[in-house]
Unconditional design. Structure first.
Length: 145
């Protein structure tokens, strides 16, 4: 899944983000934003654009949600900016090389030039959103490499 490959990449590239396969460990999550920990990141797969021809590429979208500590908006914003810096214009890169979620990213473009403030959640923790349009090399039976 593209979201998993992106989460693994962020784990390796952005300070303070940890992906863990152990329940209750880490602070980056796939397709969900749990109640804890306070400072967390969620990588959400989105449907993206349709493939309109037989070119072996897909254009998925990934939304990244960032939650900061209670009543401390700048920490979450700084982490969201670090994620923007890590992903925007990420071109020609193999993510999760040799892993289950290996994908070649032809290009990755942020859909906005700054994280979108979503306001605080019910526990007064500020949240931010970033959206990335990717172009990936994705051959299929009817779209061979």
């Amino acid at each position: 899944m593209i979201a998993t490959a992106v989460a693994k990449y962020l784990d390796a590239q952005v300070a303070g983000i940890t992906l863990s396969s152990t329940a209750g460990a880490g602070n980056i999550f796939l397709a969900r934003m749990p109640d804890t920990p306070d400072e967390a990141v969620a990588v959400m797969p989105q449907p993206g654009l349709p493939a309109l021809d037989k070119t072996p590429t897909d254009q998925p979208v990934v939304q990244v949600l960032v939650r900061g500590g209670k009543r401390t908006p700048m920490g979450g914003y700084a982490r969201a900016r670090a994620i923007y810096d890590a992903l925007h214009c990420l071109d020609g890169v193999l993510l999760d090389d040799g892993g289950d979620d290996e994908v070649f990213v032809i290009g990755c473009t942020a859909q906005q030039s700054d994280p979108i403030p979503l306001g605080p959640d019910a526990l007064e923790r500020p949240e931010w959103s970033l959206n990335f349009q990717l172009t990936t090399h994705s051959p299929t039976t009817h779209r061979p490499a």
